[in-house]
Design a protein around this ligand. Structure first.
Ligand SMILES: Cc1cc2nc3c(=O)[nH]c(=O)nc-3n(C[C@H](O)[C@H](O)[C@H](O)COP(=O)(O)OP(=O)(O)OC[C@H]3O[C@@H](n4cnc5c(N)ncnc54)[C@H](O)[C@@H]3O)c2cc1C
Ligand SMILES: NC(=O)c1ccc[n+]([C@@H]2O[C@H](COP(=O)([O-])OP(=O)(O)OC[C@H]3O[C@@H](n4cnc5c(N)ncnc54)[C@H](O)[C@@H]3O)[C@@H](O)[C@H]2O)c1
Length: 473
């Protein structure tokens, strides 16, 4: 049994909290999977590297909109694979080697589970190691959910953990689920030449987005992907050899009786926390009904001396920038228990790196309607500003929601080129408590940058506020 000052479980965002400030401690970093966790190896980063490649191909395809004569000869998928994963795998290996060479971090690669309070068993290649610690941070993330209809069918399928590393691009793909991951990966594979069918149980893709964004996105991609909305998969079978040659290796049946022959099934129907394999009850760590570890604002769990962060917790949306901030808060609280910091989830932006790109922060219009504050909206389209003309963009828009009483932005939604970047001034204003008028009128907005669409949406909403105020008077 080895004893440590600190054990961190998980080499994703958990690894991010360890820096030289901890070098006076005896630390163990335990991880089953590779360093960098989901984000580096199978999540945010490879998906964005592939999505930018897809964007480049899309630009060539659409070059005639800008009177440029170009023809796409194809995406060299094996070379893309090498470029993306050689870099990411090296980064992961370097991260692990750096820790091993640090002199103060012991790396234990293997599956861990709790055997008592701040006591763990780790099954490594060299056998089972038992460790105890004064303090423990649990950052064991989550994994894809595979509905029983697929898991029990005994057929081959891919998830986001595997699909980005395929050797070749399939001719046909059925994507089960129409959320974030589906939107990003369907774009990548469609652009690489795959005929994509998306099966989503709700009536739109990206259901939790603002209703105008979800509607517009569903309509735009509906012209490129075969969408089966409001549908569920009821069965999947492997085709016979003769059928496979003619129509693909799998046959997917939907609840309306439709049968779809395909070469590959991608299951992206949500994620679940890895808490079920950790025997958390033996450590006194409480979870909610979804298996998420319950944490307070300081990211403490119900067990003394145990903190948790990232996708395994019930603290905030499961996004990498949230997990990174949580890691910074936990690091501070471990080092300065007398002056602890807390997490706030008041303003959490997110983006979907699909085509068109989508970004959001704060409330959706449907949430604002349901939760009752009196609000106004302002929407401006990309084709209403000069840079939108330059882009020949006929789909993009920015919508802002302002609280009538305070004049502050309570939500913002952008669909279109560079949405993830354009939303940031709105995020800053919301975080700083700046009014919409201050944001629209105090900084100079560069002309004719695309940010003018944000400025104009704000001005439109401010006009609505004024009209309301005049009416009241
Ligand atoms: C395809 C995809 C795209 C995404 N894109 C984005 C994006 O663009 N932007 C964004 O903000 N977020 C994105 N996310 C979400 C983001 O990846 C996660 O929120 C983030 O990586 C969570 O970090 P984490 O440290 O909580 O978990 P992880 O990074 O999953 O780390 C968990 C660690 O725990 C280890 N572990 C688990 N169980 C055990 C065990 N029993 N014993 C030992 N070790 C264990 C794992 O090996 C791993 O090292 C994406 C996710 C996916 C799947
Ligand atoms: N850009 C980003 O920030 C980014 C990108 C990818 C993933 N993520 C993170 O990963 C999480 C998981 O992404 P995800 O796309 O797997 O989940 P999700 O929750 O976003 O979407 C899952 C979708 O699958 C549908 N679904 C579930 N079961 C189904 C079934 N049996 N039949 C048909 N449809 C079904 C759901 O209705 C939902 O629309 C996200 O919530 C987010 O936290 C973030």
């Amino acid at each position: 049994m080895s004893h440590y000052d600190l054990v961190v479980l998980g080499a994703g965002s958990g690894n991010a909290l360890l820096d030289d400030r901890f070098s006076h401690l005896n630390v163990a970093l335990v991880s089953e999977g590779p360093f960098g966790g989901t984000c580096l190896n199978a999540g945010c980063i490879p998906s964005k590297m592939l999505s930018v490649t897809a964007e480049v191909a899309d630009s060539v395809r659409e070059s005639d909109r800008h009177d440029v004569a170009a023809r796409l000869e194809g995406i060299a998928w094996p070379r893309v694979q090498e470029r993306v994963f050689d870099r990411l795998d090296a980064n992961s290996r370097d991260g692990e080697q750096g820790r091993r060479a640090s002199g103060w971090v012991t790396v234990l690669r293997g599956r861990a589970r709790f055997t008592g309070e701040r006591e763990l068993e780790v099954r490594t290649e060299r056998g089972t190691e038992r460790v105890t610690a004064d303090r423990v941070v649990v950052a064991a993330g989550g994994r894809p959910v595979v509905p029983p209809v697929i898991a029990d069918a005994g057929v081959p399928y891919e998830t986001s953990d595997t699909v980005m590393r395929l050797d070749e691009v399939p001719a046909r793909m059925v994507v089960l689920g129409g959320g974030y991951i589906a939107a990003e990966l369907a774009h990548v594979f469609h652009s690489a030449g795959t005929a994509v069918t998306v099966v989503e149980q709700q009536d739109t893709l990206l259901g939790p987005q603002d209703e105008s964004v979800a509607r517009a996105f569903t309509e735009i991609v509906g012209a490129q992907w075969d969408l089966r909305l409001g549908r569920e998969v009821t069965g999947v079978e492997q085709s016979t050899e003769a059928e496979a040659d003619a129509s693909g290796t799998l046959r997917v049946t939907l609840d309306d009786g439709a049968r779809i022959d395909t070469d590959l099934l991608l299951v992206v129907a949500g994620r679940r926390p890895n808490s079920d394999v950790l025997d958390l009850d033996r450590a006194g760590i409480s979870v909610d009904e979804d298996g998420l570890i319950e944490v307070d604002a300081q990211l403490r769990t119900s067990a003394p001396g145990v903190w948790a962060l990232g996708d395994i917790t019930d603290g905030g949306p499961h996004l990498k920038h949230v997990a990174n901030r949580q890691a910074a808060v936990v690091a501070h609280n471990l080092l300065h228990p007398e002056k602890p910091r807390t997490m706030s989830y008041d303003v959490v932006p997110s983006a979907v790196f699909t085509r068109p790109q989508i970004a959001q922060v704060g409330r959706t219009e449907q949430e604002a309607r349901d939760s009752g504050p009196d609000f106004v909206t302002g929407t401006r389209r990309y084709d209403g500003v000069a840079y939108g003309w330059a882009l020949e963009d006929e789909q993009g828009f920015c919508k802002v929601l302002l609280d009538r009483a305070s004049g502050r932005v309570i939500g913002a939604h952008i669909l279109g080129t560079q949405a993830a970047t354009l939303i940031q001034p709105l995020v800053v204003a919301m975080t700083a408590g700046m009014s919409a008028r201050e944001l629209a009128e105090s900084p100079l907005w560069i002309h004719p940058a695309l940010t003018e669409v944000v400025e104009n949406a704000l001005r439109e909403a401010l006009g609505q506020l004024e009209e309301g105020a005049d009416g009241d008077g």
